[in-house]
Design a protein around this ligand. Structure first.
Ligand SMILES: [Zn+2]
Length: 396
C-alpha cells in the first residue's frame, strides 16, 4: 500500500520533533504522532495490479443510464419515469430493443447505495443498516455515509451523464464504524470503509463529504485514464480526485465558484489541531500549520515544485499545482464550477488521450484542446490558458 498523505505528515512531524524539541512521552502530541504513524491514515485507494477490464457498453447499460439520467434531471424516481414513459417510449428514446428495457428495469430495482455497520473491529460488512430508499436512521454516521455516496453518484450522473464510477451502474457500498478509533477512510476496490477517528486529531471520517467523493473519484480515474500513482502523473491523479471531490460538495450545496471554500477535508480535524482542512485549492500550503502535523507542504506554482521520493514522489504535495490551476479557471469563469471548468477537466479525463504517465504540461495541453473543442475560442480557452501560465506550467 502506498504511503498515505497523513502517514507522510506524521513522519514530517517526527522528523521536525527530532530537530526541535523531542515529544514529551504521554503528551497529546506524542499520542497523536504515534496514532498517525501507526494508522494506515489518509484515504488510500487500493489499486488493482492491472487496469480493470471493461467490455464495450451494451444496450442494457445504455438504457440504465438513460433512465437514471431522466429520473435525476426531472426529479423523479426511476419507477416514475418507467411508468410515465412506458416500455415502448423508452425503447424509442434510448434507441434499444425492448428486451434490454426489461433487463435494465430489473437492474434498476437493486439499490445503488447501501450502508453496513462493521461486524466487529474489522472492515468487513456486518449488519445492513440503510439501503437506497430507506428513511434516515438515528445514527448520524450512517446517514452521512449514505448521503456522501448518493451525492457522488448523483453528481457524476447529473453533471456528466456518467452512471457510477465505472459508467455502468456499479453499486456503492459503505461500511461504517470500522475498527477502534480508526483513523482512515478508503475505497478498497469494492466498498468504502470508514473509521470513527481517534477524537484526538481526527473526527469521524464520514464528516467531510469531499473525502468520500475524492476516494470514489479514484475509481472513476481507474476506469478511465488510469493515471499512475507516482510522480507528476500521480500528482495529477490526486489533483483530479480533489477537483471532483470539491465539485461534489459544491454541487450538493448549490454553491458557485465564488461561494465555495475550495478546501478538502474541512471538518475532519478536531479543534485541537491548528488547521482548517487537509488541503486548500484556493491557497495551497495554508490548510494547516500545527505542532503535531507540521505545515501544509503543498506548492501553488511550479516555482515551489517539491522534488522528493517520499509520498510516491510527492503525489499529495505537488497536486497543489494542478489543484490551483483548476481553482483559477473555475473562479475566472464564475458560476457553477462543474458546468464549464469541471466539464473541461472531465472531457480530458474521459477523452481517451490522457496517458497513464502524463505530465502536468500534457494535461494542460489537453485542457486547452478540450476547452476549444467544447466552447471554441472564447473566455473558457482564455481562462484555461491563463491559469496554467499563472501556476507556471508551460505547454511546450
Ligand atoms: Zn487520493
Amino acid at each position: 500500500m502506498a504511503v498515505s498523505c497523513l502517514q507522510l505528515l506524521a513522519r514530517d512531524a517526527e522528523r521536525d520533533a527530532d530537530k526541535k524539541s523531542p515529544l514529551v512521552p504521554g503528551s497529546a502530541a506524542e499520542y497523536a504522532t504515534s496514532r498517525l504513524a501507526s494508522a494506515g491514515v489518509w484515504t488510500t485507494w487500493l489499486r488493482p495490479t492491472s487496469p480493470p477490464h471493461r467490455d464495450p457498453p451494451v444496450p442494457v447499460d445504455k438504457t440504465v443510464a438513460f433512465l437514471r439520467q431522466a429520473a435525476s434531471v426531472n426529479d423523479l424516481t426511476v419507477e416514475q419515469v418507467i411508468e410515465r414513459l412506458g416500455e415502448q417510449e423508452i425503447c424509442r428514446r434510448a434507441r434499444v430493443p425492448r428486451r434490454f428495457v426489461v433487463q435494465a428495469v430489473e437492474r434498476l430495482r437493486s439499490p445503488r447505495v447501501s450502508v453496513y455497520e462493521a461486524a466487529s473491529a474489522t472492515a468487513r460488512p456486518g449488519r445492513r443498516v440503510r439501503i437506497e430508499g430507506d428513511p434516515p436512521t438515528r445514527d448520524a454516521t450512517v446517514n452521512r455515509a449514505y448521503s456522501a455516496l448518493g451525492d457522488t453518484y448523483d453528481f457524476f450522473l447529473r453533471a456528466f451523464g456518467r452512471d457510477s464510477l465505472d459508467g455502468e451502474g456499479l453499486p456503492l457500498v459503505a461500511v461504517v464504524h470500522s475498527g477502534e478509533a480508526y483513523n482512515n477512510a478508503f475505497w478498497d476496490g469494492e466498498q468504502m470503509i470508514y473509521g470513527d477517528g481517534d477524537g484526538e486529531v481526527f473526527q469521524d471520517f464520514t464528516i467531510p463529504m469531499d473525502v468520500t467523493a475524492h476516494e470514489l473519484t479514484h475509481g472513476v480515474v481507474q476506469y478511465t485514464a488510469n493515471l499512475s500513482f507516482y510522480g507528476q502523473p500521480g500528482a495529477l491523479h490526486e489533483s483530479i480526485c480533489d477537483v471532483f471531490g470539491s465539485l461534489v460538495k459544491q454541487y450538493s450545496l448549490g454553491q458557485t465558484a465564488g461561494e465555495a471554500d475550495w478546501l478538502i477535508g474541512a471538518g475532519l480535524f478536531t479543534p485541537r489541531v491548528t488547521g482548517v482542512a487537509l488541503r486548500s485549492m484556493k491557497a495551497p500550503g495554508t490548510a494547516y500549520d500545527d505542532d503535531v502535523l507540521g505545515k501544509d507542504p503543498q506548492p501553488a506554482t511550479m516555482d515551489d515544485y517539491v522534488r522528493t521520493d517520499r509520498d510516491d514522489g510527492g503525489i499529495h504535495i505537488n497536486s497543489g499545482i494542478p489543484n490551483h490551476a483548476f481553482y483559477l479557471v473555475a473562479t475566472a469563469l464564475g458560476g457553477h464550477a462543474w458546468e464549464r471548468a469541471g466539464q473541461i477537466w472531465y472531457d480530458v479525463l474521459t477523452g481517451g488521450e490522457l496517458a497513464e504517465r502524463a505530465l502536468f504540461s500534457d494535461f494542460a495541453k489537453l485542457t486547452m484542446s478540450a476547452a476549444r473543442a467544447r466552447y471554441g475560442h472564447g473566455e473558457e480557452l482564455q481562462a484555461v490558458d491563463k491559469a496554467w501560465e499563472q501556476v507556471g506550467v508551460r505547454m511546450l
